[in-house]
Structures are given as C-alpha cells and as structure tokens.
Design a protein around this ligand. Sequence first.
Ligand SMILES: C[S@@+](CC[C@H](N)C(=O)[O-])C[C@H]1O[C@@H](n2cnc3c(N)ncnc32)[C@H](O)[C@@H]1O
Length: 435
Amino acid sequence: MNPELLVRELRDFRLEQRRQSTLFDDSSDASDARAATTTTQLETLEVEGRAIPLITNEFWSRRQRQSHSLHELSYRACFKGELPRFFIERLTKPGDVVLDPFMGRGTTCLEAALLGRVPFGNDVNPLSRILLEPRLQPPSLDETRGRLDSIGLERVFDDARAGSHESRPGDEDLEVFFHPGTLAQLRVLQERLVREGADPIDRWLRMVATNRLTGHSPGFFSVRTMPPNQAVRVESQRRLNEKHGLEPPLRDVREIIQRKSASLLRDHDAKTRSLFDAVRDRARFLTSDARDLQGVDDRSVRLVVTSPPFVDIVDYAGDNWLRCWFNGIDAEEASNSITTPRRIEAWQEFVTEVFRELERCLVPGGWIVFEVGEVRNGSIRLEEHVVPAAIDAGLEVVAIAVHSQEFTKTANCWGVANNAKGTNSNRLVILRRGA
Ligand SMILES: C[S@@+](CC[C@H](N)C(=O)[O-])C[C@H]1O[C@@H](n2cnc3c(N)ncnc32)[C@H](O)[C@@H]1O
C-alpha cells in the first residue's frame, strides 16, 4: 500500500466494514450499530512547516472481548489487540516480519502471529518475554492439569487448610498480599518453574501464575488489591487492608491457574496452532534497549506497531515488583533500565534515537505505527514531538490517526460506583521509510 492510499483508506473508513474482516466474533451488537454512525474528522497539523493529515475516527470496535482470548493478560498501558490488527492487515502480508520494540505483554507480537506474520519483539523488562513466549506455544488443558497435579501443590494447600502453615521471618511485606499458605504454594511453584530450560508447559504455568499474583477478585492469589494493572505498593495495600478489615485469604493456587488457563485458551484451536507453528522458528524476542536492537537484521522488518514509555506517567517498577519477586528478577535493576524521561525534551531525544534504530531495521517502504496515548489530560500533545523526531531520523511522516471512542467508565472498586462518560483515544503517528 502506498501512503496516499493509506490516508484515503483512513479518511473513508467506516467501522461497519470491519464486521466482514473480524476474525473471531462476527456478531453485531448495539454499540457497533452506534459506532457505524460516527463521522470522520479531518484536520491538518502543522509541524516544522509540514502539513500532516490528522484523521479522527473510530477505527475499531468498543466491544469488550473482541480480541483473541490469548491476549487477556493485564499489563500497564497495554493497547487492545484491535490496534495492531488494523495495521497488520493493511500494511503487511503473511510471512512479513512485524516488530514491537517496546512489546510489554506482547500485544503486537501475538496479533502478528495470529495473522500469520512473523513476530519480532523486544522489551527492556525481562518480564515481557516471560509473559509472551508461552502464549505462542500453548499446552492443552489436560497437559496443564497433569503438570499441576504432579508438582505437589495439593498437599501444601491441604496442609494449609488444616492450619499447619507458618509465617516466615522476612515475609512481612509479602503477607500484606498473600496468606502464608498461599505463599507456601507459590514457593513450591517458583522452585519448579523459575529456571532455565523449562519446557513449554512449565513456561505456560509460570506465565499464568505471574499474571494471577494480584488483583481484585478471588481469581487472583492475593487479598483484594486495586485492579491488576495498577501499582501494588506495600504501604498502600496495608492501608487498604486496615481500612476495609481485609486479611489475605488462603487460595487454591492450582485451581486458579487451571481456571485462567481455560479462559486464555478459550479461542485457541487447530487454526491458531498451525499459524503459530508456521512462524515460531522465525520469531525473535530480545531483552534490550530499544535504541540498540542487535539481533534484528538491517532491512528485515515490514511493519513496527508500538507504544513507547510515556513521559513520567507510568511507574513500571511500582507495578511490577511482585512479578519480579516471583520470577527471581532484581526489581531495582529491571526498573533502572526502563526509560522514564521526566522532561519532554529528553523524551523527544530518546524517541529520535529509537527511530534511527528502527529505520535501520525497516525494509525500504516499511512502516511504523507509533502510539502515544493521552498524556496529562491532553495538555502535552506527544505527536507534536514525535513528528520532529521522525524527521530527524530520516522517516517520512504519513499521517496522524486518532482512534477515538466514547465509553462509560465504571469504577466499582472499593464500593465506589462511579459511572462517568469519557473518551478513550489512541493517537497514532504513522511513519514510513522511503522506498
Ligand atoms: C506502553 S508500554 C507497551 C505496552 C504494549 N504496547 C502492550 O500492549 O503491552 C511500554 C513498554 O516499554 C518498555 N520500555 C521502557 N523503556 C524501554 C527501553 N529503553 N527499551 C525497551 N523497552 C523499554 C517498558 O518496559 C514497557 O513494557
């Protein structure tokens, strides 16, 4: 596709077209009917003397559970599977390489594999590979059940239920979240799963356990915490426990893992298995700084779909310390390597260096879709800083697409029902390497 065609397609796009190309769920519903009436807004953004088309539309559905079930892992600041799918379907063909240099939970990579494209992924946080790779080689539910039965969790759970569990010195912070009997089960799991050379079934169980550590329902190992993609800090949780009289309940770790496995595997079938088998050997995953992607060859990538760390808004270290603890990762080291520029100028410099590296990796005519979200209530328009960074790195700026959708926010946590209308937007800067 050439840039003019893409701009035309974005401009003329109507959401109802998507129903034909939806892979996993073709049913229509009322919200889609409403969405079909949304109109495109066209503006021009002037940056450094260039006029860039800025197209606002609803490019994908607001319905929940639209994406493949394998996406359903929480991760801070992740995007929905529909976002990469929209661009992968239009800008690549099966067998092409799709890269995400800030892959997080791996949304772009998983979606690429589901569409028969070869996923390349990178994130400086080692948790990303732990979360993504097992989902590209899922075991069956019989295999997860068999493995869970063989690990010996049942005995530890039964002992704890009979009251024979003990707090361990040094566990005070962990026990703000977990019952000592739950912790004992987690330690058995850790010993078995957190090691080099684990097979795909063990790696799957480790991924699911990592995801189930904390959350706000009995489907998690912890006492009720903030929703699972919020920061989990010892002091704030201690206060919540005191205020609401909460004590971490004993959880059946084996059952929780099996239930989440069933839910993740809901849409996984022979078709997705064969798509994954076809691309797995060419897939590549790194734990590097996005400015230095050794391991990705020059001119090998057709499309990048990514969203970088934003200016100072997400505390990845605060979010991830328990996940790091479970996985034997030094949380401080992991958080120090994560880029969180405090000033917009430093962020722009960082993004320029990332673009230089991506330009090296792209095939001529290859694309970058760079998602920058809303920062500080829209008072900083990050796209205005992305455009000069892209120009500095020798990339062509094709358009800015703003995916905008109305939503009703229900914050029902901690007994506060708060229904508010709002707008969700993804701001996408679309760039291209010259042909
Ligand atoms: C906005 S999140 C990406 C979320 C992702 N799109 C998803 O759907 O899960 C940004 C990611 O950038 C990673 N990161 C931060 N600094 C980095 C760097 N210098 N190099 C590579 N990754 C980095 C963080 O660990 C985080 O996972």
